[in-house]
Design a protein around this ligand. Structure first.
Ligand code: HEM
Ligand SMILES: *[C@@H]1O[C@H](CO)[C@@H](O)[C@H](O)[C@H]1NC(C)=O
Ligand SMILES: *[C@@H]1O[C@H](CO)[C@@H](O)[C@H](O)[C@H]1NC(C)=O
Ligand SMILES: *[C@@H]1O[C@H](CO)[C@@H](O)[C@H](O)[C@H]1NC(C)=O
Ligand SMILES: *[C@@H]1O[C@H](CO)[C@@H](O)[C@H](O)[C@H]1NC(C)=O
Ligand SMILES: *[C@@H]1O[C@H](CO)[C@@H](O)[C@H](O)[C@H]1NC(C)=O
Ligand SMILES: *[C@@H]1O[C@H](CO)[C@@H](O)[C@H](O)[C@H]1NC(C)=O
Ligand SMILES: *[C@@H]1O[C@H](CO)[C@@H](O)[C@H](O)[C@H]1NC(C)=O
Length: 327
């Protein structure tokens, strides 16, 4: 039997290891070096929202796609440079889909003007996500900060790690679990589809001949189906966009979950959370639909969990001066 003291030493070693691997993000990270950073970010997003009601949704999606690939390190923001940087922007889930890069540049410029060389692009995506949600009437929270930016991108990782809307619930659950997120995080974070848009090509497989059944997806309410068949006719443009949340398209609320209960989820991956028989996600959807406060609380915790995925901290990485390229 191991002695008590050796067990203690082992526990100590494990806790030191965990505290290092879990890094030291902190809500006060910029309180002396850039105290006003949140309001600078929020101001630029408010300006962008004037001409583009969708931009907040686009920005939180960038944070998600950043965090799932090599952690929250700003890697999605790097442009292709012809040699070593093969951009994540051109990866399958992002090409002709991820947007808002120009607004990230505007935020970075405003932040650099106030506090040069201090705030990372990875942290800008985390701050922008919180602003976007709170400006759309969702919850507010203290964003944990102190991430640094990568010098590389991982396009192959973006191709394989980011879930696709055509995947099974069990495959998507595995992709979340690969980055340390559980089914509660999966359901809560999917609630981000309470705002923003999706292109026909991401759900049109449900509209006419779903899984070679010859019929539309049976978990798609008839009146929504007819509308979507008109928006996305067979042989039409795959890039036409429609609202992810047909009830309150630009508001961050729990209607995403009541939509799922009514077979009004837009993506197959959305509806699967409620319509996969026996799935653990069903009860979570029901609870978030019944109680928006419970959804908001879980969403905030899950955003913090997602934002904690493998950040670069301390002296790893760098504070990029231009989010599109390494210094
Ligand atoms: C659970 C797996 C997920 C899948 C399969 C998925 C898939 C998609 C797809 C296919 C689109 C439409 C893209 C397009 O048509 O160009 C989309 C949009 C969006 N996603 Fe997800 N997503 C998932 C999770 C998340 C998470 C975790 C978040 C954030 C926390 C998120 C936030 C968004 C937002 C806000 C939009 C709208 C973006 C815009 O209007 O520009 N999604 N998602
Ligand atoms: C903080 O930023 C906001 C928005 O950019 C600006 O209106 C305000 O004057 C700034 N406050 C300080 C103390 O710099
Ligand atoms: C691309 O970026 C890498 C990493 O920063 C750098 O070493 C390389 O010189 C860059 N290539 C070009 C053509 O700028
Ligand atoms: C990205 O989309 C463009 C069309 O806009 C296409 O030409 C290009 O091949 C796509 N890139 C990849 C890597 O699929
Ligand atoms: C990622 O997927 C795109 C589109 O399918 C493909 O063109 C590209 O070669 C892939 N990139 C890598 C590095 O696997
Ligand atoms: C699930 O993942 C497996 C292994 O990667 C793959 O073969 C299968 O096609 C995926 N299924 C769906 C429905 O996405
Ligand atoms: C549905 O798709 C399958 C496979 O492509 C095809 O064999 C079948 O004829 C289609 N059914 C209808 C009604 O179009
Ligand atoms: C709703 O959820 C919150 C947060 O979990 C909880 O405190 C509250 O009691 C719930 N309300 C109802 C009516 O169940």
């Amino acid at each position: 039997m191991a002695s008590f003291s050796s067990l203690l030493a082992m526990a100590l070693a494990i806790s030191i290891f965990l505290s290092h691997s879990n890094a030291q993000l902190s809500s006060t990270f910029y309180s002396t070096t850039c105290p006003n950073v949140s309001s600078i970010v929020s101001t630029v997003i408010q300006q962008a929202l004037q001409n583009d009601a969708r931009i907040g949704a686009s920005l939180i999606r960038l944070h998600f796609h950043d965090c799932f690939v090599n952690g929250c390190d700003g890697s999605i923001l790097l442009d292709n440079n012809g040699t070593t940087i093969v951009s994540e922007k051109d990866a399958a889930p992002n090409n002709n889909s991820a947007r808002g890069f120009d607004v990230v540049d505007n935020i970075k410029t405003a932040v650099e003007n106030a506090c040069p060389g201090v705030v990372s692009c990875a942290d800008i995506l985390a701050l922008a996500s919180e602003s976007a949600v709170s400006l759309a009437s969702g919850p507010s929270w203290n964003v944990l900060l102190g991430r640094r930016d990568s010098r590389t991108a991982n396009q192959a990782g973006a191709n394989t790690s980011i879930p696709a809307p055509f995947e099974s619930l069990s495959n998507i659950t595995t992709k979340f679990s690969n980055v340390g997120l559980n089914v509660n995080d999966l359901v809560a974070l999917s609630g981000a589809h309470t705002f923003g848009r999706a292109q026909c090509r991401t759900f049109s497989n449900r509209l006419f001949n779903f899984s070679n059944t010859g019929n539309p997806d049976s978990h798609l309410k008839h009146n929504l189906l007819s509308t979507l068949q008109q928006v996305c006719p067979q042989g039409g443009s795959g890039s036409t966009v429609t609202n992810l949340d047909p009830t309150t398209p630009d508001t961050f609320d729990s209607s995403y979950f009541s939509n799922l209960q009514n077979n009004r989820g837009l993506l197959q991956s959305d509806q699967e959370l409620f319509s996969t028989s026996g799935a653990a996600t069903i009860a979570i959807v029901n609870s978030f639909s019944a109680n928006q406060t419970a959804f908001f609380q879980s969403f905030v915790q899950s955003m913090i969990n997602m934002g904690n995925i493998s950040p670069l901290t301390g002296t790893s990485g760098e504070i990029r001066l231009n989010c599109r390229r390494p210094n």
